[in-house]
Ligand binder design. Structure first.
Ligand SMILES: *[C@@H]1O[C@H](CO)[C@@H](O)[C@H](O)[C@H]1NC(C)=O
Ligand SMILES: *[C@@H]1O[C@H](CO)[C@@H](O)[C@H](O)[C@H]1NC(C)=O
Ligand SMILES: *[C@@H]1O[C@H](CO)[C@@H](O)[C@H](O)[C@H]1NC(C)=O
Ligand SMILES: *[C@@H]1O[C@H](CO)[C@@H](O)[C@H](O)[C@H]1NC(C)=O
Ligand SMILES: *[C@@H]1O[C@H](CO)[C@@H](O)[C@H](O)[C@H]1NC(C)=O
Length: 454
């Protein structure tokens, strides 16, 4: 019984203790203007000292990812204060940055920001920042109008991924939400001091609602790249290696190339957005450019006039395809790392890569062991992959020369169209006799070449 009473007593003591902590923030009479967002309990208060050039800042927000506030109507040339948890997660890193148009803001050492005692990440997972900014009233590209009753301001929240860093130039992910407001600097002017915790707007006009941001170009970059690599690519291996259908193979290859071109273009357009990627030095970008070499070789070598140059050239197609695939998969993984994706996304990507890799490997070894459908249909025994390359090239060459023939012969091929002679019958078997534009059309790319009708 005494034991229970002691426990209840301890509980009461703890409960009694809590209000002391939560209300420990004194309601001092420091002049301030306060931005407050009830959804996240985010507060950002400014005090403009009237006895010095100092600007005092008090801010609190949930300590996940980053939160930023900036002086100015838009990102460009705005002086921003970006806050994120420190490396150990028990303090706040505050990074003054200068914004640029549609790109990640850059750390600036032009302002002198001093973090004051009381700055912490508290038990509720909220960070509390108490700071004084010296030389903050002008910065490269802008200034703070302390006489303004409606100083334009911006704010933004980063993605909910864990960003823990002591570095003031830590790489940021693009904001997920942002908004605008104006702040009364006259009301914020008074005796210098850190503003108090205050969960209400004061001297602030919100301008519009918080905007949800979408990084559609980057998302499309990832999705188009993955579709090309994990859906269309294995289909192509299936059609090329197993069904030996040169027409469909060339067609699908062109589609893959189109997807890759779009993915590369979107990637390049996104690169300028972030400090870390604008010099094209990240592993993701380096691998993407290295991968171009086997991709170009893989696409050019099967062209008959090139493949005829040396007997070795046709054998290079398969190794080039494998090299391109591996490099592109690696590039994709490095891209997820570069964009700080969550672990499940990276694990999912790895799993899909492995599955597709196993699928292609099993398919290829099946083709090697059993011979392709085409080879079996033609009673050829144990056809190797290199031989398959030769077979495909021969087909491509035949189709090309026959398209040339039809072109030069013009309307004189009427009798061939009826398939009277044996050679034509043979070719009909090779190409499946469909009516879709043949490889000769895709390869020659001459708009003037008529599509040959079998
Ligand atoms: C809070 O304000 C009261 C007077 O309003 C003062 O006596 C007290 O020292 C202040 N506490 C802190 C922690 O500043
Ligand atoms: C956080 O860092 C500031 C400045 O270095 C310091 O004054 C404060 O005491 C630190 N807070 C904690 C909880 O370590
Ligand atoms: C990128 O960040 C580094 C490190 O903070 C900085 O020195 C450099 O000026 C930045 N570059 C650009 C173009 O923003
Ligand atoms: C600064 O503002 C306070 C009121 O917050 C006032 O009492 C004081 O006289 C002002 N000082 C100057 C130098 O204007
Ligand atoms: C602080 O005190 C002032 C007047 O003394 C009052 O108007 C204001 O509501 C108080 N703020 C908080 C957050 O308690």
């Amino acid at each position: 019984m005494a034991n229970l009473r002691a426990r209840v007593g301890a509980l009461v003591a703890i409960l009694a203790f809590f209000p002391f902590f939560t209300f420990a923030q004194n309601n001092t009479t420091v002049a301030a203007s306060t931005f407050f967002l009830s959804e996240t309990e985010t507060q950002f208060s400014i005090n403009v000292a009237n006895d010095s050039d100092d600007v005092f800042i008090y801010s609190t927000s949930p300590a996940y990812s980053w939160v930023g506030f900036g002086f100015g109507a838009k990102m460009e040339n705005s002086l921003m204060f970006i806050m994120y948890p420190s490396k150990d997660g028990d303090n706040v890193t505050i990074s003054p940055r200068i914004g640029s148009k549609k790109a990640e803001p850059t750390f600036t050492s032009a302002v002198d920001l001093e973090v004051l005692p009381g700055t912490t990440v508290n038990d509720n997972g909220m960070f509390v920042l108490r700071a004084v900014c010296r030389k903050c009233r002008t910065w490269p590209g802008g200034f703070l109008d302390v006489k303004s009753t409606a100083q334009p301001m911006i704010y933004a929240f980063g993605h909910g991924y864990p960003l823990y860093s002591d570095s003031k130039s830590a790489n940021l992910k693009r904001h997920i939400r942002y908004g605008h407001y104006s702040m009364d600097m006259v009301a914020a002017t008074g005796l210098g001091g850190v503003p108090a915790n205050s969960p209400m707007l004061s001297g602030v006009q919100l301008k519009g609602k918080m905007t949800r941001d979408h990084d559609r170009a980057n998302l499309a970059h990832a999705i188009i790249g993955c579709l090309a690599l994990f859906v269309i690519w294995p289909l192509n291996v299936l059609f090329a290696g197993f069904f030996k259908n040169i027409r469909i193979h060339v067609g699908i290859s062109v589609v893959i190339m189109a997807f890759l071109v779009v993915a590369y273009a979107l990637g390049i357009s996104t690169s300028a957005q972030f400090n870390r990627s604008q010099d094209y030095k990240t592993p993701h970008q380096v691998f993407a450019f290295i991968a171009l070499a086997p991709i170009v070789l893989m696409s050019l070598l099967p062209i008959p006039s090139i493949s005829k140059l040396h007997t070795l050239i046709p054998r290079l197609h398969t190794p080039m395809v494998s090299t391109s695939f591996l490099l592109l998969v690696l590039t994709g993984g490095l891209g997820l790392h570069l964009s700080s994706q969550a672990r499940p996304v990276i694990l999912g990507y790895t799993a899909v890569s492995l599955m597709v890799f196993i699928f292609i490997t099993v398919l290829t070894s099946c083709i090697r062991r059993r011979g392709s459908a085409y080879a079996r249909a033609n009673n050829r025994k144990r056809v190797g992959e290199e031989d398959d390359n030769m077979v495909m090239l021969k087909k491509m060459d035949e189709s090309r020369s026959s398209s040339k023939a039809s072109f030069t012969q013009g309307s004189g091929t009427q009798s061939r169209e009826f398939g009277a002679d044996g050679q034509d019958r043979n070719q009909r078997g090779l190409y499946g006799g469909g009516t879709m534009p043949g490889p000769q059309y895709l390869l020659n790319m001459h708009p003037g070449v008529p599509v040959h009708k079998w």
